[in-house]
Design a protein around this ligand. Structure first.
Ligand code: DHE
Length: 506
């Protein structure tokens, strides 16, 4: 089925399709009407996940049953999980909690054979011209993900005009990743589809389903490999970026055989390795793609670093020597990747969103700053002493924080709050003071900023179905243009991504 048609028929068809694709047992969830009415559209009729995570006993090790009941009743912070306390009876909530801890009658497999069979090739490697089909600066393009109708737009970052708009898989999540030259972009959807898109030719090249419930993907700094992190099954999947053929499926297990979801995987360019954080095992894994460490180019043998706590979310120092991590409800920790162990605790109260952290030079030190999903505060931390320099109070919990080497300001949203969600707050990176509040579209949710390659303009999303991108002059903080978009979520500037700008995610 073509991607546009696939999307037109979403989301209802998603559930039917997944049941056809996967040989699974529906019985338990099927006979629970509350599950079908309230949970299936996000978590899958089969409990294997969709926009929400898979609800299987193996994925719920860290959630005690009373907490599951609380989550169903009150919702879950910083996620799309709503509260059902007023919609369902106590008995219905208890039966749902029982259901999600019950094993499936038959757990589906999604191993090498299934992954390989799912691959679709739209253009043969090397068959498309090696120059851009448009005049715009290929390094100052933005890839904008529009969640409203599952599309992506390629935007000219000088003229702020869309070059093309195309259908994507259902519910992309996380930052798309680029080849080192910026020609290709790789997307991951929550239900495991990885897509390779040729920006220069404005064409989809290949797709493959690497998992059933996927977190994110990373692309190696040499452009050769993609590594996909899955929640279900508990695997990391290495792909050949030329045509997305699978190279290796790595079972994520500790020494005792206990398996784990993968919180996220990132490329650590100077180390020539992927770093993966695990959700259910207190370990962080390093998977080298250096030819010296992996002469046969297929091994990806993990180096396991054992920790005292889980890593749900993390951030790297600019040299990629350290991982600064936090767990949901846990203590922040600094792991030195060279010595292979935790070297410091870091005070990160609330629920810091480290994946959205940024760094810059402040006085004589490099600092990192992270918004907080639970508290209205931005924490600024010295990356040598690992001490908190300042907690900047904000209007409410935020989600995304962004800056650029050539701008004096850091931009943070109030996305995770119950009020003030239409505000973007501006922090002066020299004084660590809040200097301005912007309302891109009063009354409408504003989130996620990204800068042009020269840092002169900041692009903010109005995160609504009748939303828009609002372009600001990053110096005067005046609006220069508005572009209509369908719930634009993240936007990603090719140059800032491939040069690993300190002001954006990598
Ligand atoms: Fe995200 C990035 C995890 C909910 C939009 N989010 C990421 C990344 C992780 C993550 C690990 C980094 C991956 C990468 O870029 O390679 N997100 C989580 C969660 O654990 C959480 C809280 C719960 C969940 O449902 O998984 C969560 N995220 C959301 C949302 O509800 C958001 C707002 C809407 C959506 O798309 O589902 C959302 N997350 C995003 C976006 C990015 C992201 C737009 C990329 C930011 C960037 O600039 O790189």
């Amino acid at each position: 089925m073509s991607v546009p048609l696939f999307n037109k028929l979403m989301p209802g068809l998603f559930l039917i399709l997944s049941s056809l694709v996967l040989p699974i047992a529906w019985a338990d969830a099927e006979i629970n009407p509350a599950y079908q009415t309230h949970c299936a559209s996000c978590h899958g009729a089969d409990r294997l996940g969709g926009t929400g995570p898979a609800l299987l006993p193996g994925n719920l090790d860290r959630l005690k049953r009373p907490d599951a009941i609380k989550t169903i009743t009150e919702g879950r912070l910083a996620t799309q999980m709503p509260a059902f306390g007023t919609k369902l009876t106590a008995q219905e909530i208890t039966s749902l909690a029982e259901l999600i801890y019950a094993p499936l009658a038959k757990t589906p497999t999604w191993g090498m054979d299934e992954i390989r069979t799912s691959r679709v090739e739209y253009a043969k490697t090397g068959s498309l011209p090696d120059k851009p089909a448009f005049k715009a600066d290929p390094l100052n393009l933005f890839v904008v993900v529009e969640l409203g109708d599952h599309h992506a737009t390629i935007l000219d970052g000088d003229k702020f005009e869309p070059i093309t708009r195309f259908a994507t898989r259902y519910a992309l999540h996380g930052g798309p990743k680029f080849s080192p030259d910026g020609r290709y972009v790789y997307f991951a959807s929550r239900d495991g589809w990885i897509a390779k898109y040729d920006i220069w030719n404005l064409k989809l090249v290949a797709e493959i389903r690497a998992g059933i419930n996927t977190r994110n993907l990373a692309v190696s700094s040499d452009g050769r490999f993609a590594m996909v992190a899955n929640y279900f099954p508990h695997t990391l999947v290495a792909l050949d970026t030329r045509d997305l053929t699978p190279i290796r499926v790595i079972d994520v297990k500790d020494d005792g055989g206990k398996s784990s979801r993968v919180s996220a995987v990132y490329d650590a360019a100077p180390r020539k390795s992927f770093i993966a954080a695990l959700k259910d095992i207190p370990e962080v894994w390093e998977l080298s793609y250096d030819d010296k460490a992996m002469p046969d180019k297929t091994a990806f043998a993990p180096r396991r670093l054992k920790l005292d706590d889980y890593l749900d979310d993390f951030f790297f120092d600019p040299a990629y020597d350290h991982v600064i991590g936090s767990s949901r409800g846990g203590q922040g920790q600094v792991v030195n990747l060279n010595v292979g162990r935790k070297i410091a605790d870091v005070a990160l109260p609330g629920l810091p969103h480290l994946g959205s952290g940024i760094s810059w030079r402040y006085q004589d030190q490099t600092v990192m700053a992270t918004p907080n999903l639970k508290e209205g505060v931005v924490s600024v931390i010295d990356m040598t002493s690992w001490k908190t320099i300042k907690q900047i109070p904000t209007l409410g919990p935020g989600f995304f924080m962004r800056s650029h080497e050539r701008t004096p300001y850091a931009w943070v949203d109030v996305f995770n709050s119950s009020k003030n969600r239409d505000v973007i707050q501006i922090i002066d990176k020299k004084t660590l003071e809040l200097v301005k509040e912007l309302k891109p579209s009063p009354g409408k949710v504003a989130a996620h900023t990204e800068f042009t390659r020269d840092g002169k303009y900041a692009v903010v999303s109005v995160w609504e179905n009748d939303g828009e991108l609002v372009i600001y002059d990053a110096k005067t903080l005046e609006v220069v243009k508005r572009i209509k978009m369908n719930k634009p979520s993240g936007k990603y500037n090719v140059y800032n991504k491939i040069t690993r700008s300190e002001g954006t995610s990598h």
